[in-house]
Design a protein around this ligand. Structure first.
Ligand code: GUN
Length: 282
């Protein structure tokens, strides 16, 4: 039996439809500012997608491009200006940053109320302590996608492979908030295939093409592939296609989690705009 393919495009469209309804209910135009340094082709392409989608929804969106050798202090000053600009709701600095820039300093400089990536330590703390805040887009997208397809999370055995600050760690927090039992596995985990095989829901976010083989997957498991690996001119996930023979459902690459990341950024931008207008505790 072949796994059901869980399309992210379908769910992203549902998110956009919901946002269009909310935009009609609340008469404000969310505004997004994306900062990109240098010309890394993947970053150029991701930033273009975000900007295009924001404009399609009627948001005000602007991309600021700076040379790769922009000094850290200049970037921090620009962020302070955008923090102070009442016309800007959301600020996103595309990662990875050049090596001479300390990423934590940049992320900590963004006003937590405008932090549409959810990477500021205040938002990270709120995510883990159960509070309200802005949370990372890809993890939000994974949970939203599973819920859309009717996957129950409460009490489920979830294994996440990959412990990045962008995906693995915040996703563990979100699944905990949904009352799942979470294992956060990584490159140093002993017997990784065995650990992965415990999962009723297996999420893979490591950036190693086709790492997860069908022997790693419990028959009937739901598998979410967050991997985006450019190999030659092909885009490969972290999950081997043969996994479709044992999983009950699987997200494709491309067309699975990818579209959800952009959709949840649009949601976060709308939420930041709403929260700032209605005020939230600092
Ligand atoms: N680079 C890869 N993923 C992301 C993301 O979610 N946000 C930002 N800002 N940069 C990224």
């Amino acid at each position: 039996m072949a796994a059901r393919l869980l399309s992210g495009h379908e769910v992203a469209e549902a998110v956009y439809e919901e946002l269009r309804t909310r935009l009609k209910e609340h008469p404000f135009v969310p505004s997004l500012r994306v900062i990109r340094l240098g010309e890394d082709p993947a970053s150029v392409s991701y930033v273009r997608l975000k900007d295009k989608r924001a404009r399609a929804l009627g948001y005000r969106s602007q991309v600021e491009v700076y040379p790769e050798d922009l000094p850290e202090e200049a970037l921090l000053r620009r962020i302070q200006e955008l923090n102070a600009d009442p016309g800007v709701d959301g600020i996103l600095v595309q990662l990875p940053l050049p090596r001479h820039i300390r990423t934590e300093r940049v992320l900590e400089a963004i006003d937590p109320l405008k932090d549409v990536d959810g990477f500021h330590p205040l938002n990270v703390g709120r995510l883990w302590s159960g509070g309200e805040g802005l949370f990372p887009c890809t993890p939000l997208g994974v949970v939203r996608l599973l819920k859309h397809y009717g996957v129950e999370l409460k009490g489920k055995e979830v294994v996440i492979v990959g412990r990045s600050n962008i995906v693995g760690k915040p996703l563990a927090a979100l699944f905990l908030r949904e009352d799942a039992t979470v294992t956060l596995a990584h490159s140093r985990t002993q017997n990784l295939p065995e650990v992965a095989r415990r999962a009723e829901i297996l999420v893979v976010a490591v950036g190693r093409p086709h790492l997860v083989q069908k022997e790693w997957v419990r028959p009937g498991a739901i598998v979410v592939d967050v991997g985006v690996n450019r190999v030659g001119d092909r885009l490969l996930g972290d999950v081997h296609p043969e996994v479709a023979e044992v999983a009950s459902a699987l997200t494709p690459v491309p067309g699975g989690v990818g579209p959800m990341t952009v959709a949840m950024l649009m949601y976060n931008t709308w939420k930041a705009a709403l929260l700032r207008r209605h005020g939230v505790p600092a």
